[in-house]
Every structure is written in C-alpha cells, then in structure tokens.
Design a protein around this ligand. Structure first.
Ligand code: PXP
Length: 254
C-alpha cells in the first residue's frame, strides 16, 4: 500500500488564551509557532476571532512576517475577516462558524444551508491565491456544497468522534469520517481533519489515507505543561506516523 504524506498543522490559539488571561505578552504564540516549526510542524494554524478572545491582529501580522512554514488563518465569513485575509494573503484560510446559526447540528459550518452567502468569500479568497478550506461535518451534503461553491479543501470536524468515550458511538463517528474522506477524494476535494484530537484519538484518524492534514492545538498546548511543547509535538508526529504506517516522515513523503 502506498503511504501518503500527512501534514501536521499546529494550532497556537490557546497559547494566546493563556497570555490573554493576564493581558501581557507571555506566553507568546509566535514563539510557540516558531518552536512548533522546529519540532516538525508542517504548518501553523491561528484563528482570528471576531471578539479577539485569543489570537490578535498583531499576532497574525507577526506570524506572517516571522514564519517560514505556511500559515492557515481560521476565519469567520465576514467582511472584516475577508479584508484581513486579503491584506496578509496567508497560505491558507479555513472558514469556520463562529455563531450558532452558522453551524450544523454537530458544529461544522453549514455550507449546504448558506451556499449563496459563503460563495463570494470563497471566490475572493481563491482569486487572491489563498488555499481555502471549509470546516464541516463529515456529511455528504456539506462536502458536495463545499465543492459546488469552489472550495478546493475541506476540513472534517472530528469533535463528535473525540468527545465520546471509546465504544460503538466513537466507532460510528469514525466510520462517518472515513466515508466522508473517501467521498472528498472522489469529488476532487483535498481533505483535512481536526478538533479535539489527542494521543488517544489521533491514530484511527491519521490512518485514513485520503486525509492530507490534521490540525491540532488544545491538546498540544495542554500537554506542553507536562512535557514541553517541543516534546508534545514530536510525540504527536510519531503517533501520526505510526498510525499512518510510515516508518519515518521522509518515507511517507517518498
Ligand atoms: N481545526 C479547526 C477548523 C479549528 O477551529 C480548531 C480549533 O477549534 C482546530 C482544528 C484545533 O482543535 P483543537 O484545539 O481542539 O485541537
């Protein structure tokens, strides 16, 4: 079996959450991002929320200036965020829901229900050369809608899989994710996954060969308290490679 490369995007939002708890400059999410790159992250993800509850505008500007690996800007589909994305032109932009009415029942963006309003945002970002993904549930209707409005990438929401204990429900959620990743490939979408992944949940997801990227944040920032950020990222990378069936990342990329 050919083993396909699986990228790790490290989300640094919650480094900023800790910083903002005291309102100062420590810990610095940009320093964390540079450390993540050195530990083997393939990209950095940061969510500039409308309420700026963690990542700030200055963080995004500094990430754009200082990072040597791709930045994936998570953003709501709003005029304000579109203008920021077009100004900075990050490698990628992942459109995520921020308000309850933008979500499906399980939490991904309701692309099928909001095609008309989302399509112009996708088009403007794509036209600017930004790789656009839509953060959606593992649902055929959502995948098809993402394809129809011109997004080249989808990110599958793994929350429903991660948030249940091991057992039949988790297996059911895993099957949904596997089927969605297969459907994404069939209709020509690059497929990513993320939300809530940790050491005990990442394996079966990393083993889905049609996934190209996992985005992981909260667990890594939490684990950093105990073993350090560098070690947490390296352990996650090793768990992903093991599950993927790759002896080394280099082998996976060959
Ligand atoms: N992918 C997307 C689109 C996200 O919004 C987030 C943050 O919620 C993540 C991945 C990372 O999730 P977590 O911090 O739970 O690992």
């Amino acid at each position: 079996m050919t083993v396909r490369a699986l990228r790790l995007g490290v989300n640094v939002d919650h480094v900023a959450t800790v910083r903002n708890a005291r309102g100062g400059v420590h810990p610095d999410p940009v320093r964390a991002a540079l450390m993540a790159a050195a530990a083997g992250a393939d990209g950095i993800t940061a969510h500039l929320r409308e309420d700026r509850r963690h990542i700030s505008d200055t963080d995004i500007a500094r990430l754009m200036n200082e990072l040597k690996i791709p930045l994936n800007l998570e953003m709501a589909a709003t005029e304000e965020m579109l203008a920021i994305a077009l100004r900075h032109k990050p490698h990628a932009a992942c459109i995520v829901p921020e308000k309850r009415q933008e979500r499906t029942t399980e939490g991904g963006l309701d692309v099928a229900g909001a095609r008309k309003s989302l399509e112009p945002y996708v088009r403007k970002l794509v036209d600017a050369g930004i790789r656009v993904s839509m953060f959606i549930e593992a649902d055929v209707a959502q995948l098809d809608a993402a394809k129809q409005i011109g997004a080249p990438v989808v990110e599958l929401h793994t929350g429903s899989y991660c948030e249940v204990p091991p057992g039949p429900e988790r297996e059911h959620q895993l099957k949904r994710l596997q089927a969605a990743a297969t459907h994404a490939e069939m209709i020509g979408l690059e497929c990513h996954a993320g939300h809530g992944l940790g050491y005990d949940t990442v394996g079966p997801i990393a083993a889905i060969q049609t996934l190209a990227e996992l985005n992981i944040g909260h667990f890594l920032v939490g684990e950093a308290i105990f073993i350090g950020f560098d070690a947490a990222i390296r352990s996650m990378r090793a768990a992903m490679d093991l599950a993927r069936g790759a002896r080394t990342r280099r082998a996976a990329k060959a």
